[in-house]
Design a protein around this ligand. Structure first.
Ligand SMILES: Nc1nc2c(ncn2[C@@H]2O[C@H](COP(=O)(O)OP(=O)(O)OP(=O)(O)O)[C@@H](O)[C@H]2O)c(=O)[nH]1
Ligand SMILES: [Mg+2]
Length: 698
């Protein structure tokens, strides 16, 4: 007899069909209301019973204690909801420049992006960056102009900015009713209806458009129609003949245009009041293509089951959680996959759906769906797991390069290993957070995309891994080189009781020009006759190399030198390799002092995105940092200032830029080349080194 189904019925729940899935990243500039919008969408769809807020630290997606403490998103957060019989997976991404790794990874696993803009600020630096990424991935995009209840918010100004700076194919699909604190609702230009402000409750369904707006709405409806018919030849023909186009035909054409990434509808609302969410969800379901329609560009060979890991959460308690997209499936729990990168077998225990920090086990996930699994062994973000060994090229996510480094040391002696383990785990979570030892200065460096990112890592080391660390500006990796030729001879001779020491060599130092920007070293043997026998000559080279490790000026490595061994002498009993090594080293030091040695410093190429009103201040400041301006270009409502600046002057730039631009500035930099330090600056560094050496002696 068949048992009756109970609540604990374990019959497998079918995976969601790929046609019924919508994968969407919510992205944009810092603090425009992305997390608040995701919160509102979950609430509107009935996934939550109350609208959480950033202020109270009660949103689903900013669940981490550090996110709540700083009132900002620090990592991507995966959520899901159902709307009109579709499953919508949402990835709430951080807007801060320091945490873009998750944003870029999320853009690899979705078909659509809601680009959120502030109704006050409009297009900002990161709006443009996200837009460009989405463009590269050919993702469907819907814009959401948020915060329309705020003072100085202006939907039409933002719309115009989006058309100018992002794409002229941005077109309003909604309009606000009223403005700023008198905003009372929005008009849906596609379905020609209105939604009134629900003040934080669920949205109340479609309403008639207020009479007072008829003409205005008509004007914008026509703009929308113009834009839509342009993407559809049949409609265009009928439109030009003056035919009245039925609403459904327009809606279908719009949907197709959004799906094909040809039109970018601009929606609007107020996330914190839940205004505009129903219309937005409709638009996402209709416009964003399903994984069945769009497919993925990530390779998985002929695998029958395959997943792509786009995010790793390093939880000290549950262990590692890997978030993935199913490439081929369905994929169920209790499956063993293989990671072609490591050739290791990885067992998937339970397959999970994530809702912020909460997880729910499901039987299986179908193609295109997003989910997670705990405790994989050696899987890192970016890996593709498959059911049998196939040669797949994992997708290149192209994470941004770190722009700043700090020297990091544990407060307590003996905590080095704990710090190392913690930082390695944090790097798994955020691949743009990089730990390395500088071979020249010996310091442990922590590099990242922003000061905030590094500071958050320090906080996490403390709360998760219980190790307190300190950050210092790193030592600048200076180098030394010579400007002119010099010659020296050194005889190393020791006569003691037994066998003595004898080595004698004469060398000439010559400046060696850089090759491909790299300063090198060359040893040339020009001994004629047999002044020094063949077997001792490499010892001279060795001695020279040792002397070059720490130059006399600032203890920095010497580069850009050709050493020519021209003469010497040996003793048939007392000579040894050791004696020639010492002679080589001493001869080098003597010649070096006469060869006009100079100090070199790394020069960075710096690009600063500056709000127009702060350009003067930023340029002046770069000047005072010995920077050389290379040019200025308008970029997304800002000015992109390019300059070459010595690394020593820009180690602590982030705070200065924040205060000059009210937090609206943004910068990136990379190493360019080494250059001679100006004399007055070099003098200070040399004196400082001298002082440190003397102190070390005492
Ligand atoms: N007045 C008003 N405030 C809003 C609105 N949306 C968000 N906020 C507030 O703006 C602030 C930032 O909101 P978040 O949701 O954290 O913005 P975010 O884009 O997720 O920020 P990051 O993830 O840090 O980039 C919070 O204080 C929100 O309460 C809105 O529509 N109107
Ligand atoms: Mg957020």
């Amino acid at each position: 007899m068949r048992p009756e189904a109970t609540e604990e019925d374990t019959s497998p729940m079918p995976a969601t069909e790929p046609t019924k899935i919508r994968n969407i990243a919510v992205a944009g500039h810092r603090g425009v209301g992305k997390t608040s919008l995701v919160e509102a969408l979950l609430f509107e769809a009935g996934k939550t019973n109350r609208l959480g807020s950033i202020e109270q630290g009660t949103t689903v997606s900013d669940w981490d204690e550090h996110e709540q403490r700083r009132a900002m998103s620090l990592s991507g957060s995966l959520c899901h909801l159902e709307w009109k019989e579709r499953k919508i997976n949402l990835v709430d991404t951080p807007g801060d420049a320091g945490f873009q790794a998750d944003t870029y990874a999320a853009l690899r696993v979705v078909e659509g992006v809601v680009v959120v803009l502030s109704g006050v600020m409009g297009v900002e630096v990161n709006t443009s960056r996200v837009w460009q990424r989405a463009e590269q991935q050919e993702l469907s995009r819907v814009l959401f102009v948020n915060m329309l209840d705020r003072e100085r918010a202006d939907f039409f100004r933002v719309l115009e900015a989006a058309r100018q700076q992002l794409s002229d194919r941005c077109v309003a699909i909604q309009l606000p009713i009223g403005a700023e604190h008198e905003l009372t609702g929005i008009v849906d230009l596609l379905h020609m209806c209105a939604y009134m402000d629900p003040s934080g409750g669920r949205e109340g369904g479609a309403q008639p458009i207020p009479d007072s707006m008829t003409d205005f709405v008509q004007e914008h409806r026509e703009k929308l129609l113009d834009a839509v018919v342009e993407t559809d030849e049949d409609l265009m023909a009928r439109y030009l003949e003056g035919e009245e186009l039925e609403a459904q035909a327009v809606a279908d054409a719009l949907k197709q245009a959004v799906t094909r990434d040809e039109l970018y509808p601009v929606a609007c609302g107020v996330a914190t009041k839940n205004l505009g969410t129903a219309a937005l969800l409709d638009l996402l379901v209709e416009g964003v293509p399903s994984p069945a329609k769009k497919g993925t560009t990530i390779e998985f060979g002929d695998a029958k089951q395959a997943v792509f890991v786009f995010k790793t959460i390093a939880d000290p308690f549950t262990g590692r959680i890997s978030c993935f997209r199913v490439l081929a499936g369905p994929v169920s729990g209790d499956t063993t996959l293989v990671d072609p990168r490591t050739h290791a077998k990885e067992r998937l225990g339970q397959v999970l759906l994530l809702q912020g920090k909460d997880s729910e086990a499901v039987d299986a996930l179908g193609i295109g769906d997003l989910g997670a699994v705990a405790k994989l062994k050696d899987v890192v973000t970016g890996d593709v797991l498959v059911d049998h060994e196939v040669a797949v090229e994992p997708p290149h996510i192209d994470f941004p390069e770190p722009v700043m480094s700090f020297a990091v040391t544990p407060k307590a002696k003996g905590d080095e290993e704990k710090m190392g383990t913690g930082l390695r785990r944090l790097h798994e979570e955020d691949p743009t957070l990089i730990m390395r030892r500088d071979p020249q200065t010996g310091e442990q460096l922590l590099s990242g995309l922003s000061q905030m990112q590094v500071e958050v890592a320090v906080d996490r080391l403390q709360t998760r891994f219980h190790v307190d660390v300190e950050l210092h500006p790193p030592r600048v990796p200076y180098k030394e080189t010579i400007r002119k030729e010099a010659r020296a001879r050194h005889r190393y001779k020791k006569q003691t009781g037994g066998r003595g020491q004898f080595g004698d060599c004469e060398i000439v130092l010559e400046p060696l020009p850089a090759e491909n920007g790299e300063l090198g070293y060359e040893f040339v043997d020009k001994i004629v006759g047999g002044a020094i026998s063949q077997s001792y000559r490499p010892a001279v080279d060795k001695g020279v190399r040792e002397a070059m490790e720490h130059g006399e000026l600032a203890g920095a490595p010497i580069q850009g030198v050709r050493v020519v061994l021209v003469d010497g002498m040996e003793h048939n009993v007392d000579s040894s390799e050791m004696a020639f090594k010492i002679a080589g080293s001493m001869a080098f030091k003597e010649a070096y002092a006469k060869a006009d040695p100079v100090l070199l410093e790394p020069i960075m190429q710096v690009e600063v995105a500056v709000p127009d009103d702060a350009v003067g201040a930023v340029n002046g400041d770069l000047n005072s940092r010995r920077g050389r301006l290379q040019g200025m270009e308008p970029a997304a409502g800002m000015t992109m200032v390019k300059a070459e600046v010595p690394m020593a002057e820009i180690l602590t730039y982030s705070q200065a830029l924040t205060s000059m631009t009210g937090g609206r500035g943004d910068y990136s930099m990379h190493f360019l080349r080494y250059e001679e330090v100006p004399t007055h600056v070099a003098q200070k560094i040399i004196e400082q080194t001298k002082k440190e050496r003397e102190e070390a002696k005492v």
